[in-house]
Structure formats: structure tokens, C-alpha cells
Design a protein around this ligand. Structure first.
Ligand code: GAR
Length: 221
């Protein structure tokens, strides 16, 4: 390789053997997982998905992992003696895959504290509301709650996962208008569209920034 070629190769991070591996946890449809694959394919996200873990054996997201030839594991918490044991299985699978960041993309169970402890400030979640509003619950509950509350703006949030559900420090948010004639379905679809942009962007920023916490404020340098 001549100097120009090696400079070009070193600038093209996708040719870098050290490209970070992420693990993605899912429970359902998997459209955010697909958005992650799309972002990687178009060069907007410099990472590889090393493993997909589903809490649901029938999740369509498993088909998306298979289509991208990414190994998938099904870990159903109720098949284990305790949430902690399920958590240990999740940790083992993530470690075996070499995951440095864990992304909850429509993951339903509450993660055991042992998983949160094994990846401190290295687990992120996407939630379909502007946290701290409408925390808790799975889609479409937060969207339904926003509609019922009459807010004129909702949106989505990417945040670090801590043991307190949906209370971890906020990494990124995007607003979405709520229209007078909205239904839960229409609002959810509008929010989902924005999720598909926000999540890959947030993953890229977390992977390639230094994270500083000032109180609850996340500063990415
Ligand atoms: C997304 O709307 C995500 O924000 C939400 O589940 C949906 C998953 O869709 N997550 C939560 O509600 C977490 N509390 P997907 O399976 O198509 O990515």
C-alpha cells in the first residue's frame, strides 16, 4: 500500500479492524434494528451488529437479524429461574460477541441490575416520548398517553439505561408535532420515522465521543 492508499484506508473507518461491535436487544417488529443496519450500510454508522438478542421467540426482528446474517439469541426471562439468571445469560452472550455498546431497540423486559452493572453507561434505550414525560410502558402506551394528555408536541428520546426505568441521563431527543386529528397509530408512525434517524445518530455519537456527565446532563465531546 502506498502512502496515499494507507491514508485513505485509515480514514475509511469501515476498513478498520477495530470497528466497534454493538449488541441489539429486541422484542418485536425490529424497525429500529433495520434502521441501524441501514445506517451502517450507507456509511452513517461505523459499527457492526455482533449479536441480536430477543426476549420473544416470535419477534419479526429475528428475521431481520437473519437477513443480515447476524447471529441471534432468544433469551426469554421467564424460562430462567430468576431475572438475574436471565441477565447473566444476556451478559454472557454480549461478551461472547464482543459487544462494547448495548442498544435496546424495542426491548420489553426490564433489564436486571446485573446487566446494567456489567455495562455501566454502555446501554442505551429508545423511548417513544420526550422523557421525562410519559415514561414507562411499551409502545404504543407512551404515544397513547401523550395523545390523551393533549400535548401538542411529543417525540422520542435516546437515554442511558440505569436501574430506574426510563430515568437514565438523556443523550438525544427529537420533537414530533401532535395534530388535532391524530390517532395513536398516526402519531406512533410519525414518531417512529424520527426514531429511525435519531437512534443510529445517537449510537454513532456515543461510540465516537467522550461521554461526560454533569449532574444529569450528558455532554458528548
Ligand atoms: C419503538 O417505538 C420504540 O421507541 C418503543 O418500541 C417500539 C419498537 O419498534 N420502545 C419502547 O416503548 C420502550 N419503552 P421496533 O420494534 O419497530 O423498533
Amino acid at each position: 500500500m502506498n502512502t496515499a492508499e494507507s491514508e485513505a484506508a485509515s480514514q475509511d473507518i469501515t476498513h478498520n479492524a477495530d470497528i466497534p461491535t454493538i449488541g441489539v436487544l429486541v422484542s418485536g417488529r425490529g424497525s429500529n434494528l433495520e434502521a441501524i443496519f441501514d445506517a451502517i450500510a450507507r456509511g452513517a454508522l461505523h459499527a457492526r451488529v455482533g449479536i441480536v438478542i430477543s426476549s420473544n421467540p416470535n419477534a419479526p426482528a429475528l428475521g431481520i437479524a437473519a437477513a443480515h446474517e447476524v447471529p441471534a439469541r432468544v433469551i426469554v426471562p421467564k424460562d430462567y429461574a430468576s431475572r438475574a439468571e436471565a441477565g447473566m445469560a444476556i451478559i454472557a452472550a454480549l461478551r461472547a460477541a464482543g459487544a462494547v455498546l448495548v442498544v435496546l431497540a424495542g426491548y420489553k423486559p426490564i433489564l436486571d441490575g446485573c446487566v446494567v452493572g456489567a455495562y455501566p453507561m454502555r446501554i442505551i434505550n429508545i423511548h417513544p416520548s420526550l422523557l421525562p414525560a410519559f415514561a414507562g410502558g411499551m409502545a404504543p402506551r407512551p404515544q397513547a398517553d401523550a395523545l390523551a394528555a393533549g400535548v401538542k408536541i411529543s417525540g422520542c428520546t435516546v437515554h442511558f439505561v440505569t436501574e430506574a426505568v426510563d430515568e437514565g441521563p438523556i443523550i438525544a431527543q427529537a420533537p414530533v408535532p401532535v395534530y388535532d386529528d391524530d390517532t395513536v397509530e398516526r402519531l406512533s408512525a410519525r414518531i417512529l420515522d424520527v426514531e429511525h434517524r435519531l437512534l443510529p445518530q445517537a449510537i454513532e455519537r456515543i461510540l465516537y465521543s467522550t461521554v461526560r456527565l454533569e449532574g444529569r446532563r450528558v455532554i458528548l465531546i
